[in-house]
Structure formats: C-alpha cells, structure tokens
Design a protein around this ligand. Structure first.
Ligand SMILES: [Ca+2]
Length: 311
C-alpha cells in the first residue's frame, strides 16, 4: 500500500520536468561561422527560436534584409524571460544568448535549460548575427536542419543543435566548412515601396507581390507603385494615366510615372481588335510624360495597353 505515494510523487516529478527540457547549441566539429568576407567575427549574437510561418523559406528569402520583419515572426527561446535560459560559457549575458569568446574562432556553445515556451516538436532555427545587439547587426545568417532532431525536445529530453547538421541555409551561404553571414541590404525601388505599404502578414502571403491586386481595383501592385496610388484602397491613377486627344483625329495613351520609378520597365502595345497586339514605342512628349499613339483612321477602333516588368 505504500507504493501509491511513491508513484504519485514520480508523477509529480514528471510533470515538473516537462517545464525543463534542455537544449544545447554547439558548433564543435560542425560548420564554423564567419562574416561575409570570411573573416572571424569580433562580436555577435546567436538566437535560437522558431519562425511562426508555414513557409519560412520564401519569407526569409524575400525579407532577408529587414530585421524588423523577420523579428516580427520570430519566437526566441531564452530571451526576455527570467531564468528562461542560461549560457554555459563565460562572456554571455543571462537571458539572451550572446556569443561567447569562442565565436572569435568561429565556434559557439550554449545551453538553454527551459524550452517550455514552445510546443514540443517545433522546428528550430539558428539566427546568427554579427552584433551583440541583434537589431544592430549588419550581417546575419538563418539556418536550420532537415534533421527532425532540430526541434523542441520532449518533456524530459535534451536536444543538441549542432552546426554539423545544418543543411538548410535560408540566409547566408555555405563556403567549405563555414557558414558565411550575408550583408543586410536595404530594399529599394518596388521592394521598398512594398515594405512601406504592406504589413508583415500581407508581405508573407503574397499580397505585396508585383502582379498581385489585393484591393481588387484592377490595378496591379506594379501599376499602383508606378502611379503612386494606394495598393490597399480601390483607386485609379487619375491624371497619371489616360487617353488624350492630341489632334482632331489623333489619340494617345498618355502616362506619367511617379519620379524615381525607373526600376519598373514599361512597354506599350496597340491593337485594333483586342486580339493581335503590336509593340508600340512611347515618346516622351514633355519631361516625365509619355505617349503612345493609337492607330488612327475613320471608324477605326483602337486599343493600347502597358506592360510592367522588372529587369
Ligand atoms: Ca490594386
């Protein structure tokens, strides 16, 4: 009869252990980390965590240069929670995994003793940065492994994330036996406009794509960008796009892109039946204003259209 309290006690221990799975992060005998030029890094941070996306590959690839965007989807382990994580090596701070001195030789080692903040089995990523303050980093890499062991350990388990297992490099590159960080690049042109115009979820699910039309007004994001209209509010380009009469029987499709939109190529085509289309050169009739002459003639129907593309 005295077995019962013992079993009960075991059970309680099991429950308490579920809050304390262990995670080790280790590059020993695995890929080392270097900056984009192959040089050793004098300071940096290692973040361990989870990307709250179904398709992190596309998201990271397209938004790889914007810390805030990736960070918005990043659930870190051992950051910002008291006693949430410990780091085994000297030179690290308490709650955030900051690189230790070994990172100077391209290696790192750390441990987290509480991984309860994520569901067991969640796929884990390493985000390697070249600044101890992640938001200040100018270069980074995001890596993971197709090995199922790269996931939140079971209740009483422990997991080692070894760079030896890294075979998925979403950001950065592999050179020989090294992971090279990639420089952060500021988006420009259409990409910068998309970042400014859409929120994180919209960027991730394709609403910000070049040919998408998320407000359903018939104008793609490309045209909204070129003509300066809001991509999420149904609208028309107004004076920036339309048919104008230049002579009694002469009509032209006239368009006026916003200044600084030269990363989008615009080409014109004309047709008399909406079936066959012929290339039509635009002439710049006044600075910044372009015109495509429509086929003319008594009783002639004429159509013109613009195509938008990115080199
Ligand atoms: Ca639109």
């Amino acid at each position: 009869m005295k077995l019962l309290p013992a079993l009960f006690s075991l059970f309680l221990n099991g429950v308490s252990l579920s809050l304390a799975g262990n995670l080790t992060i280790n590059s020993n005998a695995g890929l080392q980390v270097r900056d984009s030029s192959g040089a050793l890094i004098s300071g940096g941070a290692i973040r361990v965590g989870f990307l709250n996306l179904e398709s992190p590959r596309d998201f990271i690839t397209e938004n790889a240069s914007d810390f805030a965007q990736i960070d918005a989807y990043w659930t870190p382990l051992a950051e910002g929670s008291p006693n949430g994580g410990t780091v085994a090596q000297a030179g690290n701070t308490g709650q955030t995994l900051i690189v230790n001195d070994q990172f100077l030789e391209g290696d790192f080692f750390g441990q987290i003793t509480n991984v309860a903040s994520l569901p067991q089995g969640t796929k884990l990523f390493l985000w390697l940065l070249n600044d101890a303050d992640p938001s200040e980093a100018s270069e980074w890499a995001i890596v993971s492994s197709s090995d199922l062991s790269w996931s939140v350990p079971s209740a009483i388990g422990s997991t080692t994330l070894s760079t030896n297992d890294v075979d998925q490099i979403f950001r950065g590159s592999r050179v020989g036996n090294e992971i090279r960080l990639s420089p952060k690049e500021s988006p420009s042109g259409f990409d910068a406009w998309a970042v400014a115009s859409f929120n994180f979820a919209q960027l991730a699910d394709g609403e910000a794509d070049f040919s998408a039309d998320p407000d359903g007004d018939g104008w793609t994001n490309a045209t909204e960008y070129v003509f300066g209209t809001p991509p999420l509010v149904s609208s028309t380009p107004g004076a920036r796009f339309g048919i104008e009469q230049s002579d009694e029987a002469e009509f032209s499709l006239v368009y006026r892109p916003l200044p600084g939109r030269s990363d989008v190529q615009i080409s014109g085509e004309t047709s008399s039946d909406l079936r066959g289309w012929s290339p039509a050169n635009a002439s710049e009739i006044t600075p910044g204003t372009f015109a495509i002459s429509l086929p003319s003639g008594n009783g002639t129907r004429a159509f013109a259209r613009l195509k938008f593309s990115r080199p």
